[in-house]
Structures are given as C-alpha cells and as structure tokens.
Design a protein around this ligand. Sequence first.
Ligand SMILES: Cc1cc2nc3c(=O)[nH]c(=O)nc-3n(C[C@H](O)[C@H](O)[C@H](O)COP(=O)(O)OP(=O)(O)OC[C@H]3O[C@@H](n4cnc5c(N)ncnc54)[C@H](O)[C@@H]3O)c2cc1C
Length: 444
Amino acid sequence: MTSASIFADGFKTTPWWWEWAPPTAEGAVPVPKETEVAIIGSGYGGLSCALELARSGVQAHVFEADAVFGTGASTRNGGGVSPGTNLGKGRAGYGKSTLEARLGPEHAKAMLAEAAESFGHLEELIRRENIDCHYWPTGRFVGAAVPRHYDRLAKSVGKLQSGTNAGVSMLPRERQHEQIKSDRFHGGMLVERSGRLHPALLHKGIRDAARRAGATMSVNAKVTAVERQGAGFIVRTAAGDVRAKEVVATTNGYTGPELGWFRRRLVPVRSYIIATEELSEDQVRALIPNGRTIADTKRVLSYFGQSQDRRRILYGGRASFAGDTPENTARILHGMMTEVFPELGSARITHGWTGYVAFTFDALPHFGQHDGIHYAMGCNGSGVVTMTWLGTQLGRKIARTQNRPSAFDGVAFPTRPFYTGNPWFLPIVGEWYRFRDRLDRWLA
Ligand SMILES: Cc1cc2nc3c(=O)[nH]c(=O)nc-3n(C[C@H](O)[C@H](O)[C@H](O)COP(=O)(O)OP(=O)(O)OC[C@H]3O[C@@H](n4cnc5c(N)ncnc54)[C@H](O)[C@@H]3O)c2cc1C
C-alpha cells in the first residue's frame, strides 16, 4: 500500500473522541467581577479543583482561554489510566528506584502510595458522578522493546507491586501472544489495576459535575496576568479584571508566557494519535485479546489499544519532535503501528491528531504554591489520573479539607539555566533518543 492511500475518505485532524463529545461553550457564563478562587485552565486539573471546591462550599470560577471548553490535552489523550507505575520514569530507570534516588525511600513510598490512591479516586469519581466515559478496567501490558528492558522491568516488579498493589507481574516472551498478537516485543510487564476510558467523555463528565456542584466557568477568558493586591489577587483576563482570594494554575502543556515562572519549568511536547477505520471485531480482538492498554519501553514511547467499541486500533506516540503536519505524523504512526501489527498494513486512518503534554526536568508532576499561586502541572505524558487527583488535592488544600498534606506538595520544581520555556532543543534530543532506541535494537 502506498502511503498516500493510508487515509480514509474524509480523514480528520481532530480527535476521534470528539465525535462523541466535541468541544463546546455550553454552560459558559460571563467573567465575574470577583470570585473566591480563580482557576486558570479547564482541563482535568482545573475542573477537578473547581468540583472539589464547589463540593466544599467554596466559590470557584474556571477561566478558559479558548472559545470552547475541551480543546486541551484532556480531550485529546489516549485514555490509558494507571496507578502511578510509571511515576518518575526517567533516564535512570523505571518507577520506584528512580523515585527513591530522587526523594529518599520514605518520600518515594508515600508518593507511590498516593499515586495508587489516585487511581481509586478516579474510579470513585466516575462512580459517584455517574460519568459515562466507557471506563474499561482492562489492565496494561508494557512491552519490552529489547531483552535488556525485560530484565529492567523484572527488577522493578517487586517494589512496584509492594508500592502500588496494582497486580504487577512479568509475562515472558513465549506467553506474549496471550496479550498481544505481535512478535515486536521481548515479553513485558502486566499491570492489572489499570484500564482505558473515553477521555473527552470523562472531561465532559467532570465539567458537568463541577457545574452541578455550583462552580462557574467562562470561555474566551485567557488570563493575561496575575497581580497581588492586598491579601488577594487581581486576575487580568481577556474579558476583564477579576478580584480573587486564591489563584490556581492548571495549564500544563499549554502554559504561556503570562505564567513565566511555570513555563520555565515545563517542556511542552507534542504527542500524536491515529485511529484506524472500522475493522472486524474479530480482527481487533485477535490483535489485543484481552483489550489491555499497550505501551512500550522505548525512550520515544508508543501507546495503543482497542477502541472501546472494539472496532478500531488507536495508536499513539511521539511521531515528531518538530511540529510536523498531521498527515505526515499520521504516516509515521501508521508505519510504527504496522511494525507492531504487520496485518494492519492495509488499514486506513480516519483520524490523526495531536496535543501538548508537559514534561518536567525531574520527570515528576508538580504541585504546590509559588508567589501565592497554587499549581498542579507537569504530567510527563501521563495525566488522566494524576491531574484529576492533583486538581482535587488542590481543591482540598484550599478548602482546608485535606486529611494530610499531599506527598506531591512542595517538591522543588526545577528548571535549567537559560531555559525560557521554548524547547528549541526538542528536535535534537528527540532524534538522539530515537537513535538510541534503534541502537538498542541493533545491539540486542
Ligand atoms: C496525544 C496525547 C495522548 C495522551 N495520552 C495519555 C494517556 O493515555 N494517559 C494519560 O494518563 N495521559 C495522557 N496524556 C496526558 C493527559 O492528557 C494530560 O496530562 C492531561 O489531560 C492534562 O490535564 P490538565 O488539566 O493539566 O491540562 P489540559 O487538559 O492540557 O488543559 C489546560 C488548559 O489550560 C488552558 N489555558 C492555558 N493557558 C491559559 C490561560 N492563560 N488562561 C486561561 N486558560 C489557559 C488551555 O487552553 C487548556 O484548555 C496524553 C496527552 C496527549 C496530548
């Protein structure tokens, strides 16, 4: 098949998820003159914070820069949810050992336990608020890209299992076809306590719940500056100035120069996803028999799985570090997908889209307060559970309803000398990582 014919008629560059839950201005109200808590950004982080505050009787208003709610990463992601088993995954290793090196054993343990708790919180939120987001607790398979990665994963299993109680075990290569009909991996790690959901429906569900609880929100309300005034703040927005007692920043990969201190600590990286056309249910089932979310151990990772109707494969990854066109990145992803599943060579693509995630220099999400502004940011590509949790934790902290401080609270949020928030180095670093991934395979 030539690359030109991989596109189905009517190929769209918007998320497949938007077919169910398109971005909308529904429920938006005019910007108020004052509010108790001003929340910047209407992704999972901001909305969860608003929901929690409203439930505690604290007045919260969410400011969204865009003309509609739901255009950030929270409606664009792969919908994979897990209990923090990749927390702190960095160059030095996978999971807990990296965390321990950075934070010390006690703090690492507390953070991992809280990450596990955050997964339960998302499940409870979905139940409590009756959010129909096709939640599917299918578990996850992390495929080892080379045999050495299998050994590395195996070394971390014990600690991860004891830290998260997530049903973590190893699956050797000879049994791999039980989970994925591909020979591309060298065995891998299974994480039972994880799953998949429809991200845009989750976003809509949290937004509706926040409004039901009494939170208010505006679109076309980009926050352009936050200034201290007396004991509170003046929040300057594109739709007028607002007085607020507290300010929350939850802008993640979309953080602009107006939040310069945060921007200098975040590296916005594009992630990309394609959706295949409808395939036969039998074919989709055969490729991923138990419907697990699949990820791999490459530096430039891929993540994929069945769509919830079991008719498509959704395949995601860092197809480009240079902001390529949706068509080119879709072609690249299609190539990556057929490397894993050669039988999908003739499957055409109906949707190919992108969105920004935010990496941090220590590979950890960050939560705390700077210059009086509360924040939760830096999902490192894994924020469905994390940002929903940290947003909720921010709400509890401000409403003073927390049982105990979050283990994420106040961890130093590092930057690098001369970094201004413009990741000019990404194409170089990205290509270097890609080269290292290829080298790993050659040497394996
Ligand atoms: C393609 C892709 C795949 C992903 N896959 C997964 C996955 O499978 N599993 C997983 O756990 N995570 C995944 N993620 C990450 C996850 O989607 C994010 O971590 C999460 O959605 C971040 O939520 P948030 O609320 O912090 O930010 P966002 O949802 O990005 O929202 C930030 C909002 O802030 C607004 N904003 C910015 N500046 C201003 C301002 N000055 N004033 C007002 N508003 C402002 C933006 O317009 C935006 O709406 C993926 C991300 C992408 C892009």
